[in-house]
Ligand binder design. Structure first.
Ligand code: ADP
Ligand code: ADP
Length: 235
């Protein structure tokens, strides 16, 4: 069975300028296997962000169904983690405090506040060390380079051990060297933790380097279709 299953998914929105109904995505059919790393490439406006919102339950399809882990998605999912182009770390929290945030949200402190907090912190520190951010745990975001911030934001997306990681252009703002370093970090993390990844990117080279399967989302007039176009082994 597929881990992610989009069947005939359409999302309508109301075009306020033309006062008519339009579709942000039309008839997406896509299956992702457990542990698979897929990339979606395509031009601006083809529906990539909409796809991501549908995959996390931030939007509901107007037509069709989205199933994740065998269950229809009806609202935001705890089993996913997300990272975006901007690292968006909270400036008043240190790196480790940023990374442990999802644990505080997913498993709120109950009776044993102090003990839980120590556990969360230990977990976040371990993860930060595994991506080469040892020594930066107690610094604030502004004391880190862009690449380090992005590393931390990927840690934040993974700290609660999600089954699926959604990445929307996470390396877009980085220089070429830092970007390729982070590609390797991501591959190491995925090899160790075996989560699914859906990566949205404009960078074809990145998609081929990282993903098991690359999908091209096209934007023909009025139509946005996901289709399987390229399937290459990892280098
Ligand atoms: P991408 O992420 O690939 O740039 P989007 O998913 O953001 O594409 O959008 C797909 C298309 O649908 C675009 O043409 C966008 O302008 C349009 N769209 C999506 N949602 C809305 C909305 N709520 N209001 C207006 N236009 C929207
Ligand atoms: P919600 O998530 O609450 O449904 P939307 O994401 O649809 O809200 O955004 C609300 C407004 O933002 C829309 O009415 C639209 O004008 C604009 N908007 C949202 N996404 C897009 C997009 N991808 N392209 C263009 N406009 C958008």
């Amino acid at each position: 069975p597929s881990f992610v299953d989009f069947r005939g998914v359409w999302l309508a929105y109301n075009d306020e300028l033309l006062a008519e109904e339009k579709f942000a995505v039309e008839d997406i059919n896509l299956q992702v296997n457990e542990g698979e790393f897929i990339a979606i490439v395509g031009p601006s406006g083809c529906g990539k962000s909409t796809f991501m919102k549908l995959a996390t339950g931030l939007k509901r399809p107007s037509r069709g169904t989205v199933e994740i882990a065998g269950k229809e998605v009806t609202g935001p999912l705890k089993i996913t983690g997300m990272a975006f182009q901007a690292p968006s770390l909270l400036p008043w929290r240190t790196t480790v405090q940023n990374v442990m945030l999802p644990l505080e949200i997913v498993e709120p402190y109950r009776s044993s506040f102090k003990q839980k907090k120590a556990e969360y912190e230990a977990k976040a520190r371990k993860l930060l060390q595994s991506v080469g951010l040892g020594g930066y745990e107690d610094k604030f975001p502004w004391q880190l380079s862009g690449g380090m911030q992005q590393r931390a934001s990927i840690c934040r997306a993974l700290v609660h051990e999600p089954k699926m990681l959604l990445l929307d252009e996470p390396f877009g703002a980085l220089d070429a060297f830092t970007r390729e370093e982070l590609w390797c970090t991501l591959r190491d993390l995925q090899a160790a933790q075996k989560f699914n990844v859906i990566l949205v990117t404009h960078d074809l080279r990145e998609s081929v380097f990282l993903a098991d399967t690359v999908y091209v989302m096209s934007k023909s007039p009025g139509r946005f279709v996901v289709k399987r176009e390229i399937e290459l082994p990892r280098p």
